[in-house]
Design a protein around this ligand. Structure first.
Ligand code: HEC
Ligand code: HEC
Length: 236
């Protein structure tokens, strides 16, 4: 009897070191990341009624991650769940989704912990999230120097389009229309200079370590237009 249980214990340890599955520790890490980054749209309890949804109609709306009205998340395989968080709604479903991509903000490991936490919100038969290949390295971000001296009216127009395409409106209002978890951007051109704005867009946590804003993978050319548009938002 004793030998059998020892054998089982040894086998279990071997198994766990080969395949490391989500435990309570990972779910807790995922929960705290969720409260910082995701609750602003998905709500603290994950039902999809975060603060941003009170001031802007999102279509499609943030999914109810708790499957209260209809089962949906329970059928989603772990791989697809993780892909959606990494790459965002637009890339995965080609819709006008306001679900941002998080792979420039979070490590793969952190994204896996979010998936593990989300699994605790609904009933399902999916296997536990497998952490054995999850990379813990944070995304590397370099911030170029941008020059907006020779920017034109055409850049403002292009910048407006880039603002829209990237879903900034999910969290920010310009004047009255948009989300409210981020500051209203009317007058941002009075508060910040070009390089400060660019730094926030590319690498928000380098400016504010507990930032709720995702990092954006925007190239310099689009960056010049987007920043020029931001600078054009002045008060008075
Ligand atoms: C700006 C608002 C916003 C934020 C912030 C946000 N989401 Fe979403 N999320 C959405 C919207 C909108 C949808 C619905 C998108 C769609 O169906 O294309 C969605 C859908 C999802 C889905 C459902 C995927 C599916 O298969 O349909 C998951 C899972 C999810 N989000 C996880 C997260 C996680 C994790 C975070 C934080 C790291 C997060 N979201 C942050 C708006 C947001
Ligand atoms: C998921 C929500 C979210 C999204 C999406 C988002 N932001 Fe933000 N943003 C924030 C929050 C929250 C802050 C306030 C500081 C912080 O927490 O980083 C902020 C701060 C800023 C600031 C500084 C404003 C000030 O007055 O200090 C700028 C500029 C900005 N964001 C631009 C953008 C642009 C451009 C996009 C789209 C490419 C974008 N944001 C997308 C949440 C978001």
């Amino acid at each position: 009897m004793k030998i059998t249980s020892l054998f089982v214990a040894v086998m279990l340890t071997l198994f766990q070191t080969t395949f490391s599955f989500a435990g309570e520790k990972e779910e807790l890490i995922g929960k705290s990341l969720f409260m910082r980054y995701c609750a602003q749209c998905h709500g603290k309890n994950g039902t999809g009624k975060g603060i941003n949804t009170k001031s802007i109609v999102m279509d499609p709306a943030p999914k109810d991650l708790c499957d209260i009205e209809q089962p949906y998340m329970n059928k989603k395989e772990n791989g697809l769940l993780i892909e959606f968080i990494k790459f965002g709604g637009k890339k995965v479903t080609a819709s006008h989704s306001l679900m941002p991509y998080w792979d420039k903000t979070l490590s793969e490991y952190e994204i896996f912990t979010l998936a593990a936490f989300i699994r605790t919100l609904h009933k399902h038969d999916q296997p536990p999230v497998d952490f054995s290949n999850a990379n813990k390295e944070k995304p590397k971000i370099t911030i170029s120097q941008i020059d907006v001296e020779s920017a034109t009216q055409a850049d403002i127009k292009a910048g407006k389009r880039i603002y829209k395409e990237n879903g900034c409106i999910g969290c920010h209002a310009v004047k009255i229309f948009g989300g409210v978890s981020g500051p209203n951007l009317s007058g941002v051109g009075n508060r910040l200079n070009a390089q400060q704005i660019w730094k926030i867009i590319k690498y928000p946590s380098s400016v504010k370590p507990d930032s709720k804003m995702p990092a954006y993978d925007i190239n310099d050319e689009d960056g010049i237009s987007l920043v020029t548009y931001m600078l054009s938002l002045k008060r008075g």
